[in-house]
Design a protein around this ligand. Structure first.
Ligand code: ADP
Ligand code: MG
Length: 241
């Protein structure tokens, strides 16, 4: 235990409500399947997880609980949630090709960046829907280049997603994991009301999945400063780690 607290201090890690130790290496707890491990270490050359990844991986995967991750810009928050999403969805393959993961982001550029970064792993279909594309085009894009043997993860900006939900282009019936990325910027850009709308639609339309997974919500932010970000976390997350 003393050893771990030193390690956490050295890596500038503080955890709340977590009863498992962060990982030090990708292989700890045997969480990561071989193909993802190869991609991380050989293709990307990432020798070890960043501190936020050290915490997010074991906590998101070993606890079926909401998670709030705070780490500065450039600290690897994208993979801190993408890797757990991939592993969680791979572990319980579905029979439908519906969206089981949804990543909400403040900007179209970020959505497209995450789509590219995530698709390089080749384990899930990631598709982004953003403003600037017509709904017809989005509808077409969503069925393009899809490997039907892989799980489907959606990345979206709030406004465009609401349009797609209203038009029935997207449904979130089978959603199991929801990410609010750059939550601080979402507040700065005034997305709170739209997040509420999406959250309510999810609560209303979600059906129990065949494996009875709860909806797990993950929120990531560079800062927790400001009352609005704390309020958002409090209203959207249930007893988060
Ligand atoms: P954030 O979302 O926290 O601002 P990103 O997820 O965009 O940060 O990551 C910043 C950079 O760090 C990216 O280029 C990413 O590929 C790289 N990165 C992510 N994880 C690792 C890692 N474990 N080791 C080295 N670099 C990493
Ligand atoms: Mg980020």
């Amino acid at each position: 235990k003393r050893d771990w607290s030193l390690f956490k201090r050295e890596n500038n890690i503080t955890t709340y409500k977590s009863d498992i130790d962060p990982i030090r290496n990708w292989s700890d707890y045997n969480l990561i399947p071989r193909d993802i491990l190869t991609r991380l270490t050989i293709d990307l050359g990432y020798g070890k997880p960043t501190p936020i990844q050290m915490c997010s991986l074991p906590n998101i995967l070993m606890k079926n609980q909401d998670f709030l991750g705070v780490a500065k810009t450039g600290s690897g928050k994208t993979l801190a949630y993408l890797i757990p999403i991939f592993i969680k969805l791979l572990k319980t393959p579905s029979v439908h090709n519906k969206f089981r993961g949804l990543i909400l982001v403040p900007t179209r550029e970020l959505a497209q960046q995450i789509e590219v970064e995530g698709n390089k792993f080749g384990v899930c279909n990631l598709k982004s829907i953003v403003g600037g594309h017509s709904l017809e085009q989005i509808n077409r894009d969503l069925s393009l280049d899809i490997d039907h043997n892989k799980e489907f993860v959606l990345i979206a900006t709030p406004g465009r997603l609401i349009d797609c939900l209203d038009m029935g282009i997207v449904d979130l019936k089978y959603l199991e994991i929801l990410v609010l990325d750059e939550a601080d910027r979402m507040i700065d850009l005034g997305f709170e009301e739209q997040l509420d709308t999406i959250y309510n639609i999810i609560q209303k339309t979600r059906v129990a999945t065949y494996n009875n997974n709860n909806l797990q919500i993950l929120m990531f932010t560079a800062t927790l400063n400001g009352t609005n970000i704390s309020k958002l976390a409090e209203s959207k997350l249930k007893n988060p780690i």
